[in-house]
Design a protein. Structure first.
Length: 635
């Protein structure tokens, strides 16, 4: 009630109460004048419960005061009866006003609830005329309340529903629930979930209908989109060219993680317990698979895979890769991937890249999408390429040894000639009347020394020429560079080139294949020597520097030749690119393949002054570094 009306109403009530009290007090009338105080109670009833109670108490008090003050001298049974009637009337009026106030409060709250509801609430009479139209109806249908009231509902909204079904349900049960299609003010159609209740008067006669409806349009659209999305997913799932299956990994992740000690990394813990990893994967139940998975695992039908796990398909050597996937998923990753070997139902061993994705509806691994890419042919092709590359590298080494044949022959002939000479000298010392045993001992020592020298040369050549699978081992690059320089020393002397290994701290051991790295070193040294053949005057120096760079070992071969012309430094490692008139352009290309296959890099650049530098890097080995630096060599 507005604030201005309340004081005015209270003032009127007080004046009226005093007037009735004055009449009752001074009037000689024998009637129950105090009964008129009930009008005061009814007047203040809209103000609230406390005003009703206050008015009732005040009216009763005024009636009693008026009785004892104005009618005490003529007290009789009739006067007492009139007082009793007045008090009873005041009490009854007070109680009824309180009850009416409570009822109106409840009805008001119910009306507010109807207005607050997002559903539409419409009340119609027997003739389908709209009597009530809440805010939800205004919002949904677009018709304001003032325009909807008094209109026929079905005409206004162009309703479409099963009329016969509705009439039968109303007559039989007094209510109906179902779908109704209606038209908004803007002409769009909406589908509603509607519930109708039959209204009856106090005599039980039907007087209209109360309906509550909820908009199903968005829900239907969402359902349609969901079904369409599911269908798209199903189509993609079935038509994918790679094996796909959906699995429940909740038990798998539980088994894999429940006994892991606090602070212990999961992956190494699982790798050390292959049987536990196998047991965890045995709990990964397959829900559905596509045709590509059926074909990949040589199954006759999807039923052979659905309901089972892939545990028996994982080979023992695949357990570390499986542990890696489980550790990633247990750590909260949404996807994990690893390459492993699996066994098909037909007994074939295949190489696959397995990727596991957590689906959006997944709870603790309950929905996992697993895809497997068959890389068996790729790996076989890679193995063939690696074998071909090794054979090509071997052919290049043999060709290079052919180029070094004169140098090798010279290196072998020198100790052999010395052996012959020392043998002849020994015979002469023995043929004397008194053999000189001291000289004889010296000749024999030199024969042994030169034999060892010849054997070392032959050993280096055989090592470089041998054909074997690459094998990574710790490498002493200083020793390896010394051997490489020894192999090309005749070529260097013939070209007037001085070779040296630059001084520096002793580097740690490198990791690589000994034969192939030595091939790279010999190739770079030969290229450096050939680059300085045409240099007229000036120095001809070829140096080898070994040191650490960016957590790798770096070997640099620097010459003082003509350098690379144009973009030669960038193209020198391309196949068939050469700066020599009689070159094939394969040597440095093979060197690049060798170095990159062992985890390093090779690069070339012109020096600031004269010449060029070709360098390569190799990863560090886990072996201990040299204890002492070796002195530089000069050949």
């Amino acid at each position: 009630m507005p604030v201005i009306r309340r004081p005015l109403l209270l003032g009127v009530a007080v004046v009226l109460a005093l007037v009735i009290f004055a009449i009752d007090y001074w009037s000689p009338l024998d009637g129950a004048v105090a009964v008129l105080q009930t009008a005061v109670i009814l007047l203040v009833a809209p103000l609230g419960r406390r005003f009703v109670v206050g008015a009732g108490l005040s009216a009763g008090t005024l009636a009693i005061v008026a009785f004892f003050g104005g009618h005490m001298h003529s007290m009789s049974e009739g006067a007492l009866s009139r007082l009793g009637v007045s008090l009873v009337a005041i009490l009854i009026t007070t109680l009824l006003s309180l009850r009416d106030r409570s009822t109106r409060t409840t009805l008001g709250e119910q009306a507010r609830i109807l207005e607050l509801s997002h559903d539409t609430v419409v009340i119609r009479d027997r003739g389908d005329v709209i009597l009530y139209w809440n805010d939800g109806a205004e919002h949904l249908y677009g018709w304001p309340r003032v325009e909807a009231l008094g209109k026929r509902c079905n005409e206004l909204l162009q309703s479409s529903f099963a009329a016969a079904e509705v009439d039968a349900a109303m007559e039989r049960e007094g209510h109906w629930s179902g779908e109704v299609t209606r038209t908004r003010r803007d002409g769009s159609r909406v589908v509603l979930a509607s519930r109708w209740l039959l209204r009856r008067d106090p005599e039980g006669r039907p007087v209209g209908i109360i309906e509550s409806s909820a908009d199903l349009t968005e829900a239907r659209r969402a359902d349609a989109e969901r079904r369409s999305s599911e269908q798209r997913f199903r189509t993609i799932f079935e038509s994918a060219g790679f094996a796909t299956w959906e699995s429940d990994w909740s038990e798998t992740l539980r088994i894999a993680t429940e006994d892991v000690p606090d602070g212990q990394p999961i992956e190494p813990w699982l790798v050390a317990r292959a049987s536990l990893t196998q047991a965890a994967m045995a709990a990964a139940v397959i829900r559905q698979v596509n045709q590509a998975a059926v074909e990949l695992f040589d199954a006759e039908a999807a039923g052979q895979l659905v309901g089972s796990s892939m545990c028996e398909r994982y080979l023992p050597e695949a357990m570390p890769a499986v542990a890696q996937i489980l550790a990633a998923l247990a750590g909260g990753a949404d996807e994990a991937e690893s390459e492993m070997r699996l066994l098909t139902l037909g007994g074939r061993v295949i190489d696959v890249v397995v990727r596991v994705n957590v689906l959006p509806e997944s709870h603790e691994g309950s929905h996992m999408l697993v895809t497997a890419y068959d890389v068996t042919e790729r790996n076989e092709a890679r193995a063939r390429i690696e074998q071909t590359s090794a054979e090509l590298a071997h052919a290049a080494r043999v060709s290079m040894l052919g180029q070094l044949a004169a140098s090798i022959a010279h290196e072998v002939n020198q100790p052999l000639t010395a052996i012959v000479n020392y043998g002849k000298s020994a015979k002469r010392w023995l043929s004397r009347d008194e053999p000189d045993l001291g000289e004889l001992d010296l000749c024999l020592d030199r024969i042994v020394s030169n034999s060892t020298r010849a054997a070392d040369v032959i050993g280096r050549v055989r090592g470089l020429a041998r054909k074997a699978a690459p094998q990574t081992e710790p490498l002493d690059l200083i020793e390896l560079s010394e051997e490489a320089m020894a192999l090309v020393q005749r070529e260097a002397r013939a070209a007037g080139v001085t070779m040296r290994r630059l001084n520096g701290e002793a580097p740690p051991l490198a990791a690589g294949d000994r034969v192939q790295v030595q091939q790279v070193l010999v190739n770079l040294l030969m290229n450096g020597i050939q680059a300085m053949r045409d240099v007229r005057g000036g120095r001809r120096e070829l140096s080898v520097a070994i040191g650490e760079a960016d957590a790798m070992l770096r070997v640099a071969v620097e010459d003082s030749g003509t350098g690379f012309a144009g973009d030669g430094a960038q193209r020198i490692f391309e196949p068939f690119f050469t700066t020599k008139e009689d070159g094939m352009g394969m040597g440095l290309s093979i060197c690049r393949s060798i170095i990159e296959a062992q985890g390093g890099r090779i690069m070339a650049s012109n020096n600031d002054g004269e010449g060029a530098t070709v360098a390569f890097t190799l990863p560090l080995a886990t072996a201990e570094p040299h204890a002492l630096a070796q002195p530089p060599s000069l050949i």
